[in-house]
Design a protein around this ligand. Structure first.
Ligand code: NAP
Length: 480
């Protein structure tokens, strides 16, 4: 596989374009530290031009019928699936995500385009029984306007499609600012979007390493009517305050601190499988990755033993090999955080049952810590790496209290065979999403999102489109 066909310019107003300053920045392969490509380093003025282009395209695009928009989206979906291997390759070399997971992300990411192409035709309004005989009351839904999307590196494709799927279906042009670590996947799907036939200005991708400057323009420009952000809680808070000047509509998909509770009536082998896939997906670098394993007294030792041997069987190494499950961390900062969390936990009494050491480059051994306690940093902060701390609890109430003791509220998981307990615990967990006897919960057909400091808004599902539409109430008077 090669990068010959990959365009390394930004895509604005239907043109492949450089930064006005002529500046570029480099993109690295985290598995080898090699430079893969250079892309335009756009500034605030470049972003303004992209927003102007999107705004100019809005009126024509929103007037297409839903069926016409859906047809373009369906072509784009087909192209992504057709180019699955090439897309997965690009994603793997720029993000360090292992090949099998990248292939999975292409299918997952593309599914949002297929789903919302179908939903485009179902943005129904309402007819309300009137309060007076001479009136008729109707509600319609209309596209919100230009949508800005700022996305993270851990899902280089799916975090874009989860936002632009509903936006494009609703009739909104988009300006996408992918992360500086993984702009190439974003550019490749822009090529496919061009081929699918979006009108000029409807689909724009700007590349930049000056994220705070470009972010300010996306937040403060009044032509942008909606900002959808996925990333850290700290950056989400900055964006929210910047958006206040224009009272811009916002969706924030932020950090998590997912608990994974194993009750003593659980099927332990299933719980081990669920925890493994949820913890070590993309090397622990997803927002819904397990951050804390909470295991009940009676099964604690047995679970630690079984989970440790399952983790020891994980294969780390060449990210392009289809049988490798664990790749590198994204950067030095990520690696340092992993080491700091382990050092802190060990100093406070945790025991390393496997792993614990840095490997070559940005690779780190998949690690399990037993005897974890709530005094440790890892109990409160997202580790975003391959470290699984295992905490002990006594009663169901203890588990719920420990699980909820965080400012985050994105995803939670638990394993139990008791149906009453399943309902009780699922209802008591203060999270936007709960996996019950299940470690993988993401799908385009269900609402994805968090509560508390994990953000607000939902992506995917029949609810996803509403965040890109305004409701308009029309009152017809004088009806006789
Ligand atoms: P991040 O540092 O917040 O970056 C996310 C995006 O924001 C990137 O495009 C980044 O650009 C940009 N950015 C950074 N500072 C900015 C600023 N001051 N103004 C405007 N834009 C700015 O997060 P990350 O490290 O890439 O991603 C990991 C985080 O995302 C984790 O906390 C994870 O839990 C969260 N996440 C949440 C979800 C969810 O659905 N809830 C999904 C995936 C990830 P540059 O890279 O160019 O700086």
């Amino acid at each position: 596989m090669n990068l010959d066909k990959l365009k390394t310019h930004a895509y604005v107003n239907g043109q492949w374009t450089s930064a006005a300053s002529g500046k570029t920045f480099q993109v690295f392969n985290p598995a080898t530290s090699e430079v893969i490509a250079s892309v335009p380093d756009m500034d605030r003025e470049d972003v303004r031009k992209a927003i102007d282009a999107a705004d100019a395209a809005w009126h024509h695009y929103r007037d297409l019928t839903a069926k016409e928009r859906a047809a373009i989206m369906r072509r784009w979906f087909n192209l992504m699936i057709e180019h699955k291997e090439q897309l997965a390759y690009i994603m793997t070399i720029e993000s360090g995500k292992v090949m099998s997971e990248s292939q999975g992300e292409v299918v997952y990411g593309a599914s949002f385009i297929e789903w919302f192409a179908e939903e485009a035709k179902r943005t129904y309004g309402d007819v309300i029984p009137p309060h007076a005989n001479d009136k008729r009351l109707v509600v319609i839904k209309q596209s919100i306007g230009v949508v800005a999307a700022i996305t993270p590196w851990n899902f280089p494709l799916a975090m874009i499609t989860r936002k632009v799927g509903p936006a494009l279906a609703a009739g909104c042009p988009v300006v996408i600012k992918p992360p500086s670590e993984t702009p190439l996947t974003a550019l490749y799907i822009s090529q496919l979007a061009e081929e699918a036939g979006f009108p000029a200005g409807v689909y724009n991708t700007i590349t930049s390493s000056q994220s705070s400057e470009t972010g300010k323009e996306l937040c403060e420009n009044p032509k942008v009517r909606k900002l959808s952000f996925t990333g850290s809680t700290s950056v989400g808070k900055i964006l929210m305050s910047q958006c206040s000047s224009t009272l811009k509509k916002l969706s924030l998909e932020l950090g998590g601190n997912a608990p994974f509770i194993v009750f003593d009536d659980a099927d332990l082998d299933e719980a081990v499988k669920g925890a493994l896939v949820s913890k070590y997906r993309h090397n622990g670098q997803t927002c819904v990755c397990v951050n804390r394993l909470l295991v009940q007294d009676k099964v604690y030792d047995e679970f630690v033993e079984k989970f440790t041997s399952a983790v020891q069987a994980l294969k780390t190494g060449n990210v392009l090999a289809t049988d490798v499950q664990v790749g590198p961390l994204i950067n030095e900062k990520g690696l340092k955080k992993v080491q700091e969390h382990i050092d802190d936990a060990v100093a406070k009494g945790a025991h390393i049952t496997t792993g614990g050491k840095k490997l070559e480059g940005l690779f780190f051994q998949p690690t399990v810590l037993s005897n974890a306690t709530t005094e440790m940093i890892i109990a409160h902060e997202e580790v975003f790496g391959p470290v699984a701390p295992i905490f002990r609890f006594h009663t169901e109430q203890d588990a719920i209290q420990m699980a909820n003791n965080t400012e985050y509220g994105l995803a939670a998981y638990f394993y139990s065979k008791d149906v009453s307990r399943c309902w009780r615990v699922a209802e008591a967990l203060e999270y936007g999403m709960v996996g019950i006897n299940e470690g993988l919960i993401s799908t385009e057909v269900a609402p994805f999102g968090g509560i508390k400091e994990s953000g607000f808004g939902r992506e995917g599902s029949k609810y996803g489109m509403d965040y890109f539409m305004e409701m308009k109430y029309m009152c017809f008077g004088g009806i006789r």
